[in-house]
Design a protein. Sequence first.
Length: 145
Amino acid sequence: MSDDKQAEKKRRRMLILAMLAVVALAAVGALAFVLHESARSEGTVTVKTTALSDLGKQGEALFRATCMECHGENGSGTMQGPPLVHIIYEPRHHSDKAFYLAVATGVRQHHWPYGDMPAQPQVSPDDVTKIIRFIRELQVANGIS
Ligand code: HEC
């Protein structure tokens, strides 16, 4: 084989390798995009309802009045706020303290793409206790505890 032919062969091989690299990179990029988008669409969940305690019922009324607009009916989420009946908000990961703090001071966007949560100073800590009870009872009914 002449040197010219050898060189031509080598060039072709390099070109094929380069093309394969581009295809592989595109595939990784596409996969990352799909995973990211599916994480986003996990923003709402289906919540199984349950018989509530008296405190839980009071919490439900308070939740409906103030939190539902963003966190959805029964904490199932909307495009303005995340579902609270969600594994992220299980007691081990977000203790009751996180709820008192969120209502008193608001929340900086960090887990979701919905922006910041504004503080809800009109909701007293006693009312938050009831709302927590409501959310925790729903969490338990949905296998989150
Ligand atoms: C205007 C919309 C809005 C309202 C009203 C609202 N929230 Fe939120 N809330 C959000 C958003 C958005 C987040 C998510 C922030 C993030 O993690 O990216 C959030 C996060 C939270 C968190 C998680 C806090 C943390 O430490 O990550 C709790 C708990 C919470 N909200 C409780 C409540 C309760 C209880 C009410 C009603 C008293 C309420 N929210 C009302 C939008 C809202």
